[in-house]
Design a protein around this ligand. Sequence first.
Ligand SMILES: Nc1nc2c(ncn2[C@@H]2O[C@H](COP(=O)(O)OP(=O)(O)O[C@H]3O[C@H](CO)[C@@H](O)[C@H](O)[C@@H]3O)[C@@H](O)[C@H]2O)c(=O)[nH]1
Ligand SMILES: [Mg+2]
Length: 193
Amino acid sequence: MSISDRIRVHERRVLSDHYGTLSSTKFEWRRDDGTWQTQSRDVFDRGNAAAILPYNLQRRSVILVRQFRYPAFVNGYDDLLIEAAAGLLDDASPEERIRLEAEEETGYRLHDVKFVFEAFMSPGVVTEKIHFFVAAYEPEMRVSAGGGLAHEGEEIEVLEVGIDDALAMVADGRIQDAKTIMLLQHAALKIFV
Ligand SMILES: Nc1nc2c(ncn2[C@@H]2O[C@H](COP(=O)(O)OP(=O)(O)O[C@H]3O[C@H](CO)[C@@H](O)[C@H](O)[C@@H]3O)[C@@H](O)[C@H]2O)c(=O)[nH]1
Ligand SMILES: [Mg+2]
C-alpha cells in the first residue's frame, strides 16, 4: 500500500544546511473525507544511524557508553548520558557501520552482530531511522580502550553493567536515552530469559 497519492508537495525551503539539513515543507494532505488540507512541517535530516547492545550471558552483563550530550544538557540533564554505542551510517550499510562504531566507541571487536529491529526515533520532526543490533561479547574481544574520536570531540567512557542493574537504572532515571532503553528491554525480553 502506498500513501504517496495523498500528498502533494508544494514548496521545500532549506532553513539550515550544516551537519544536518533543516527544511520547511508546505504540502497538501488528502484527509480521510477526501478534502485536501494544506500543512507546513519543519524537518531535520541528519541521515540514519545504527546502535548496538553487546551482551554476555554468563556474566549477565552488557556494554554501554557514557558521554556528554549537549542537547540533553540544555534540556535539563545535568550529567553525562549513558547510552548504547551508536553512530551515523554516513554511506555505509548498517551492519558494516555498527561493527566499526562498536569498536571505535567501546574497544570491542565483535564477531556476529544480529539485527533486531529498526525504528524512527522522533518521526514528527526528525527523518532519522535507527537500525538496532545485539551481539554476544567476551572479555577477550576487547582490542583497544575505545573512547571514540577525540579530534571529533568524542570522550566516551565504556561501562560493563549487569543487566539487572541496567534495568534498575532505566526504572530510576539514570538511563534516559530511548535507543538504550529499547535495547535493554529487548535484552530482558529475548536474551536474558
Ligand atoms: N562540530 C559538529 N560536529 C558534529 C555535529 N553533529 C555531529 N557532529 C560530529 O559527528 C559525530 C557523530 O558521532 P556518531 O557516533 O556517528 O553519532 P552519534 O552522535 O553518537 O549519534 C548517535 O547517537 C545519537 C544520540 O542518541 C542519535 O541521535 C543518533 O541517531 C545516533 O544514534 C560527533 O561525535 C561529532 O564529532 C555538529 O553539529 N557539529
Ligand atoms: Mg556515537
